[in-house]
Design a protein around this ligand. Structure first.
Ligand SMILES: Cc1cc2nc3c(=O)[nH]c(=O)nc-3n(C[C@H](O)[C@H](O)[C@H](O)COP(=O)(O)OP(=O)(O)OC[C@H]3O[C@@H](n4cnc5c(N)ncnc54)[C@H](O)[C@@H]3O)c2cc1C
Length: 512
């Protein structure tokens, strides 16, 4: 697949030439578009580009889409009040709730909405909320209003009464982003996109005819257009292409998750204006009915994978949580996590840069920050326009199928649906994760569709996300993955290569 000139360029780099990726079976032509990074942006883009007659590939170094920053966020589809009018962020986030709602229907994905209450504890915070209110109206939002303390107390009886000012807004979306990245990729694949996982891009070069040469740890590819959607690693991808001017600045947010048994304690997303207009503290319901508390104070991470949560950080967000809800159910805290967000030097401070690289219009960057999930439909539209401007011919396929069959979920199914499903396949009634009520059939389906690790199965099915955090169901899930993949249990990983779960499965396996 690699031309003679490509081989020369790669051979001149310090790493030896790896063995080729198995032939795609399509033909030996270059790809039209290769997307680097299967986070929410890359996955959404692959799905949208799969509408067109293109030879398309989506590459990610992880074994499943959506396991980068996309996995570690607050996961709200925010209304347009956090984005300064005129900013790229504001433009990309217009109408996102409508787009997510439509996609949820097409792809059989869960999408929920909650209303939000912004509260301030002092004059400075009140000014920040007023600024956001002004931004909301300037960005075309209509359902924002100042509300009284009494109204807040009626809506959220457990909330503190110590605040001085509050604003109410309607219909903020909620999703589980890794599940979305997985489903978007599945639909892209069904429409002809090639998805290369566990494939790390190591080098890039542009041949004299403009074709991009992509060196990966599994072999080499050629492509006419390249999209850099590599999230926290987008600067490295830019450097590989010879663009040394891209810099990312990283900060860290920490979250705590409370068990779904206390979900009735809070029905709204409650935001406290933070130190500045970009960072806030939040507490609200999650897509799956838990309570999430977090963001806290952002810190500089040690490196791009520094997502450990320290005791100090956890104490800090709990302190902050008690400020919002004095009887915070601390005994029901079940887990915590951190996510790293990046901003970049090509955009105005805290804004997105979605545009051509400095080296060629055929290499396009998606350098984004929060709220990148909210902005992903707009970002996708913009990248498609940029591809067209750069000369890519976009011809729609007559047979594009926008639909994906909604997967069976025991927890959400009615009694009738459960009975039918169990009659078809008894595994639909065999509960593996009791906390989240996930059946064996759901885990099998996730593995058959591409989940490879315990973390991967968890992000798609929720198995292991409940109160016991996989303490009881973990070995069962491991055993099902091994059985479905036809590999020894010792080869099953927690989250990708190097995180194998057990050394001697026979010692625990006998009891299962
Ligand atoms: C704490 C926190 C809270 C947030 N809350 C929200 C929120 O509520 N709402 C919202 O809209 N946004 C939120 N965001 C922002 C949002 O999560 C991100 O903007 C978005 O997920 C970024 O998606 P992405 O696809 O660009 O990047 P990623 O999800 O990081 O995807 C990039 C992918 O590229 C792959 N990759 C990297 N390098 C290579 C390589 N060399 N070869 C192959 N693959 C590679 C990675 O494996 C990864 O899968 C939050 C962010 C943080 C940190």
């Amino acid at each position: 697949m690699v031309s003679a000139s490509a081989s020369k360029i790669f051979a001149s780099s310090s790493n030896p030439l790896p063995s080729p990726i198995p032939p795609s079976g399509l033909n030996d032509l270059p790809y039209d578009v290769v997307i680097i990074g299967a986070g929410i942006v890359g996955a959404m883009l692959a799905r949208e580009l799969s509408r067109y007659k293109l030879k398309l590939a989506l590459i990610d170094k992880e074994d499943q889409p959506g396991l980068g920053v996309t996995k570690a966020s607050l996961s709200y589809i925010h209304r347009n009040h956090m984005n300064p009018p005129g900013s790229e962020r504001a433009k990309f986030c217009v109408g996102s709730q409508d787009r997510f709602r439509a996609l949820a229907a097409e792809l059989g994905l869960p999408y929920r909405e909650a209303d939000e209450i912004n509260i301030a504890f002092d004059k400075e915070q009140e000014q920040q909320i007023r600024t956001r209110l002004d931004w909301a109206f300037k960005n075309g939002e209509t359902k924002f209003r100042v509300i009284s303390k009494e109204e807040v107390a009626r809506l959220e009886p457990r909330l503190t009464r110590d605040f001085t000012f509050a604003v109410y807004s309607e219909a903020h979306g909620m999703i589980h982003p890794p599940e979305w990245a997985f489903a978007l990729t599945e639909n892209a694949k069904a429409n002809g996109a090639e998805v290369l996982l566990e494939t790390e891009v190591l080098g890039l070069a542009q041949a004299p005819d403009g074709t991009w040469l992509v060196r990966t740890d599994r072999g080499n590819l050629r492509s006419r257009y390249l999209i850099n959607a590599a999230g926290l690693f987008a600067d490295e991808i830019a450097w590989m292409a010879g663009d040394r001017d891209v810099k990312l600045f990283k900060t860290r947010g920490t979250f705590a998750i409370f068990d779904s048994s206390v979900s009735s304690m809070l029905r709204h997303l409650v935001y406290v204006a933070g130190l500045n207009l970009s960072y806030s503290q939040a507490m609200g319901p999650t897509m799956h009915g838990n309570i999430i508390l977090g963001l806290g104070w952002f810190k500089e991470p040690k490196d791009r994978i520094d997502t450990r949560v320290t005791k100090e950080e956890l104490d800090c967000i709990l302190r902050m949580g008690r400020q919002i809800m004095p009887d915070l159910p601390e005994r029901d805290l079940i887990t915590s996590f951190a996510g790293i967000k990046s901003t970049n030097n090509l955009a105005k401070p805290e804004d997105f840069y979605v545009g051509p690289s400095g080296v060629s219009p055929s290499l396009i960057y998606a350098l984004i920050c929060s709220p990148g999930i909210t902005g992903s439909p707009g970002i996708t539209r913009r990248i498609i326009e940029l591809l067209a401007d750069a000369g890519l011919e976009l011809q729609e396929k007559a047979d594009f199928n926008p639909y994906r069959e909604k997967p069976y979920r025991f927890k959400d199914a009615s009694e009738e649906e459960r009975k039918e499903a169990i009659a078809r396949d008894p595994a639909c009634g065999h509960l593996i994760c009791r906390c989240e009520q996930v059946s064996e059939a759901e885990i099998i389906e996730a593995v058959r569709k591409g989940a490879r690790s315990i973390e991967g199965v968890k992000q798609i099915t929720r198995a292991g996300m409940g109160r016991c955090q996989g303490g009881f169901c973990g070995p069962w899930i491991l055993k099902i993955i091994a059985r479905e993949l036809g590999i020894p249990p010792e080869a099953v990983t927690r989250k990708g290569k190097g995180s194998e779960e057990v050394i001697r499965f026979d010692q625990i396996g006998a009891s299962l």
